[in-house]
Design a protein around this ligand. Structure first.
Ligand code: EPZ
Length: 419
């Protein structure tokens, strides 16, 4: 067991490189199941979720090798179509194997997912869409048994632009007979990259990045290479940490075109931001102004940045409001922030932050990936020392987080809990 020790009060200054996007890799890796052979994923971050996905693919018979940032996946020898319950329970994105296994092999067995701790996270949109594509699904003992001779193209109207459902259905439709329309599809950059990768493998997809995807089924696909896009949520997290500590930070290998909603809000609260084609510099010389933020599907303000933004608003003198419309109970970071002295009231799915009051370091416990990031940011601005426990959460989605913070001048150490 490890923890982070953070001594607050320092401004972050310097430059760091943003790693490849976790949520892109977690969609691209299962897509390799659609075509036999050796696939190459470049710019892959070393994250526990990536290792879990590799373990999952290996349990199906693939061979995976991560050397530096290059992930080689050979899908020539698939021998199982049953995703182990323990892996699906550990990481919700494991559910992504359902669509490709069904499309290529005509059957799959995947348990209903677990993953992060916040609230019920159903997969009804995945299952309804697959049934519309002609799959026979039965759910028994919390496991989905799926069968399909050949999936047939159809029109799918998503009740909600679910990222996972769009990804699963896209991977199922590329080998289906005929044409599929997915309407109200997710527009996240990670889904756009998934579609681009499928096209590089020989699929026919139009409308990527728009709410309507048109897929013409093909008979087979071939392996391809893809370079993973930068992680926009990691980038947002470091920009917010720089703003909270009144620093000046440059991110390299960052895509400002994936961060529009966040950059707009950061400028609104007083940050100055300069971008080039692959760098982003944020400078903040004052305390942030209070703000009102409501999360929304891309290109709106991401739910994955909601907790980090709440930590920033602790610095903003006055009243701020943060509403999460995606996950109505993604607020487990609030009681821990309150232990640092934060004055926050939770009203349904809206956090009301009374900012501008000092925080005092203490021991706090992470509950999920992005809540951990919020606690880390709060530790950077609290007086004294803050201990953040539950690092296994943060290591799921942030590569070398303490090294990057140290590179920016933060006083942060990773130590063993029994030290
Ligand atoms: C993806 O999860 C991300 N994970 C999440 O990031 C992110 O928070 C989420 O999209 C929203 O942007 C990965 O990409 C691996 P959804 P996903 O399906 O696909 C409801 C992180 O921190 N819903 O868009 O599971 C669901 O309950 C993680 O990196 C249904 O009702 O998200 C939720 O309220 C956390 N039925 C909303 O839609 C369904 O069948 C968003 O879910 C599917 C989803």
């Amino acid at each position: 067991m490890e923890k982070l020790l953070i001594r607050g009060g320092r401004s972050l200054r310097g430059r760091i490189a943003i790693s490849g996007a976790k949520n892109a890799v977690l969609a691209l890796a299962p897509a390799t199941l659609l075509a036999p052979g050796s696939h190459r994923l470049l710019n892959v971050p070393h994250l526990t979720d990536v290792l879990t996905m590799m373990e999952l693919l290996e349990s199906l018979g693939c061979s995976c090798r991560l050397t530096g940032k290059e992930l080689l996946i050979d899908t020539s020898t698939i021998h199982s179509f049953h995703a182990p319950d323990e892996l699906v329970g550990r990481m919700r994105a494991s559910f992504y194997v359902l669509g490709p296994l069904l499309a290529r092999y005509g059957h799959a067995e995947v348990s209903l997912p677990g993953g992060c701790a916040f609230g019920p996270r159903p997969v009804d949109l995945h299952l309804e869409g697959l049934q519309q594509l002609g799959a026979q699904l039965t759910v028994r003992n919390r496991r989905v048994y799926a069968r399909a001779e050949r999936l047939r193209g159809t029109t799918i109207d998503l009740r909600f632009p679910s990222v996972g459902a769009t990804g699963n259905l896209l991977m199922a439709a590329v080998l289906a007979e005929g044409e599929t329309l997915i309407r109200n599809a997710a527009r996240e950059p990670e889904i756009v990259q998934l579609g681009e990768y499928l096209c590089a493998m020989g699929a026919s997809i139009e409308g990527l990045g728009s709410p309507v995807l048109r897929i013409r089924g093909v008979s087979h696909l071939h392996p391809a290479t893809v370079e993973v896009i930068p992680d926009r949520i990691e980038a947002a997290t470091f920009l917010i940490a720089a703003a909270a500590t009144q620093g000046e930070v440059t991110l390299t290998q960052a895509r400002s075109d994936h961060l529009h909603a966040i950059l707009t809000k950061l400028q609104e609260v007083g940050c100055s931001i300069v971008t080039t084609h692959d760098t982003l510099t944020l400078r903040m010389e004052t305390l942030p102004a209070p703000s009102t933020v409501t999360t929304a599907p891309y290109p709106g303000f991401p739910t994955d940045v909601q907790a980090q933004w709440t930590a920033l608003m602790l610095r903003a003198p006055g009243v701020s409001r943060i509403t999460d419309t995606i996950y109505l109970d993604r607020f487990k970071h609030i009681p821990e922030l309150q232990r640092l002295g934060a004055r926050i009231e939770l009203h349904g799915n809206t956090a009301i932050v009374f900012g501008g009051h000092p925080l005092t370091g203490t021991t706090v416990v992470s509950s999920d990936l992005r809540a951990s990031a919020a606690l880390l940011i709060a530790g950077l601005i609290a007086e004294g020392e803050t201990e953040v426990l539950g690092l296994h959460h943060i290591d799921r989605g942030y590569e070398a987080i303490e090294q990057k913070l140290q590179q920016l001048g933060a006083d942060v150490q990773r130590v063993r809990v029994d030290d």
